[in-house]
Design a binder for this molecule. Sequence first.
Ligand code: 5GP
Length: 240
Amino acid sequence: MKQMIKTKKRGSLIIISGTTCAGKGSVIKKVLEDNPNMSLSISYTSRKMRKGEEEGVDYYFITREEFEQKIKNGDLLEYAKVRYGEYFGTPKDKIEDLLNEGRDVILEIDVQGAKQVKEILPETILIFIVAPSMSEIKRRIKARGAETNEQILDRFETAYREINEIPKYNYIVVNDKLDEAVKKVEAIIISEKCRVDRIEEIYVENKEEIIHEFLMGKEYDNRVKTIDEAMNQEKEDHTN
Ligand code: 5GP
């Protein structure tokens, strides 16, 4: 039986951005655990590796010079100077392959990068994750500790700047309870798969065949049959 609706096999590209302490890392981790068909793109960065981070897991850590060479070579889908003038960028090559294999790819990038990708690939899904309130952000920053006042101020500045960019996104998810936020992100991705503009072909079987099957109570078989098959069919029809 031929499928009635054939949709694009290409995977979806999903950008997840969010304010500081919005918990996007935890949301993404859970979404990836729940959906083995999804991959997370690992970015290049010129910033220093932090304690607990791993090369090729959190980022590919490279020098500024190496990063600038990648820009010149056209190896990046997007890039931006995100914090303290450090570069962050998305490798281009692997993403196209993964999408063509039908895998969904998540990019965890900032608003500047999201804007660039949306221009190149307009079908990209943009999701913004926010903490429930600024006072909750304050509480989460305090709980994290280990940052200088200058770094904390920079986080607030960036958060206020990024909140103004929310209207450029397609979806917003408030991360009050992690499980709820994960459910919402997964629901967004599922709904995007059902969009009518993902349809490549609509096929409906011949009306006469369907009516014949319905009235005769059996499959209308229009395959070319061998003589034996045709004779057996005939016998069966007689005995019924
Ligand atoms: P960090 O890892 O220093 O805590 O945060 C880095 C910031 O840079 C986050 O806001 C993150 O979303 C963003 N970022 C990470 N990778 C990329 C990237 O490849 N491109 C862009 N534009 N932003 C990125």
